[in-house]
Design a protein around this ligand. Structure first.
Ligand code: ATP
Length: 359
């Protein structure tokens, strides 16, 4: 990841060991100031463990957690200057909204007068100033989560940790709150780390995404770079690319490569350090494969349609090319040509979106 900004949070060789099992191993991470970074990965890869070590709820086995250059890895949670929002709200049920938001300020010895001003500002930010006197049980799930957010940011923390903050909400509400969360985080410029299972949420909210695999970071990039250019088979599969095949690199020049795939040769625009003569894996998204007539003059892979399903605005095809099964996804535009099962076709792969993966 290109990192020209300074980093508020730096993890250095962070490790959490349970007996002989490393839940997190030698993890290095820099989170640029003011940005939102998401930890994404399959269940059990260590996301929550990283977050809990940063918060101070879990002891580190070895390594460092630096916030603004200062090692906090052995500090008490209360002294870490970190705001947190969890999936299950965790508001104090016996306190009003106002008292919930004021709690952290009170603990820090902020004067009563300043508490009132800052609580009002924070509640206005999440559009809940009118509900200041209610109790959590008198609020909807979305409102409770907004209070939790106000409570986390009112202390002006150096770091905001968001652990599935919208996970308990239904889809519609979730999308509205994603937008609000993004706006608020940008406005306040608080360096934030998000853990989520929702890939769309990660792609929408994040400045950077770190994909984790077995306690380590497999790839860290901007959402677009990650989506367009997964570097390993693990990341490509995790991000839902169905077309991943073995290929051979036939030749290369400064910027391009020709690969052997399914018994044919195809151009690729980005060779990403791969050398001619080597074996590799290649990944391509269904929307970057055009299904055309078999007699189309363009360079492509000849195949046969195995399934064809019209789904809303798209047609999803499975096409067999020798032994390889491709999934292609064509828009149902007004003049699109319909191919049926058994039809011989040609697959035209977009060379700019045919990605060579690390072995
Ligand atoms: P999920 O997406 O399911 O929440 P995660 O990526 O957050 O998963 P973690 O909760 O960080 O995963 O767990 C990482 C690994 O550490 C898992 O394999 C888990 O079983 C293991 N682990 C967690 N806590 C303990 C513990 N107390 N003792 C032993 N192993 C543990």
């Amino acid at each position: 990841m290109e990192n020209l900004q300074s980093s508020t949070l730096q993890l250095r060789k962070l490790t959490k060991r349970y007996s002989s099992f490393d839940a997190v191993r030698d993890l290095d991470l820099d989170v640029p100031s003011g940005s939102l970074l998401t930890l994404l990965g399959p269940s059990g890869c260590g996301k929550t463990t990283v977050l809990r070590m940063i918060a101070g709820f879990l002891n580190v086995t070895s390594g460092q957690i630096l916030v603004d250059g200062k090692d906090i890895s052995r500090s008490e949670p209360n002294f870490r200057d970190i705001g947190m929002v969890f999936q299950n709200y965790a508001l104090f049920p016996h306190m009003t909204v106002e008292a919930n938001v004021a709690f952290g300020l009170k603990m820090r010895g902020v004067t009563k007068e300043e508490q009132v001003t800052r609580v009002r500002e924070a509640l206005e930010m999440v559009q809940l100033a009118h509900l200041a006197d209610r109790y959590p049980s008198q609020l909807s799930g979305g409102q409770q989560q907004r209070v939790a957010l106000a409570r986390a940011v009112v202390i002006k923390p150096k770091l905001l940790l968001l652990d599935e903050p919208l996970g308990a909400l239904d889809r519609h509400l979730r999308e509205g709150l994603q937008f609000e969360l993004r706006e608020l985080q940008k406005k306040l410029g608080i360096t934030s780390i998000l853990v989520t299972h929702d890939q769309d949420e990660a792609l929408y909210l994040s400045d950077y995404i770190a994909v984790m695999n077995q306690g380590q970071i497999e790839q860290i990039d901007t959402p677009i770079a990650l989506y367009d250019k997964p570097r390993s088979e693990f990341v490509a599969r995790f991000l839902g690319v169905p077309n991943i095949f073995d290929a051979r690199i036939v030749s290369t020049d400064a910027h391009h490569a020709t690969i052997g795939l399914g018994g044919h040769t195809m151009p690729v625009s980005n060779m990403d350090g791969h050398a001619a003569g080597g074996e590799c894996k290649v990944a391509i998204r269904p929307s970057h494969i055009e299904v055309v007539r078999a007699d189309d003059g363009r360079l492509g892979l000849p195949g046969v349609v195995k399934t064809a399903h019209e789904l809303g605005e798209r047609v999803v095809y499975h096409v067999e090319v020798n032994d390889l099964k491709f999934e292609a996804n064509t828009p149902r535009s007004s003049n699109f040509e319909r191919f049926t099962v058994g039809h011989p076709v040609k697959l035209v792969l977009d060379p700019a979106h045919t990605v060579l993966l690390r072995a």
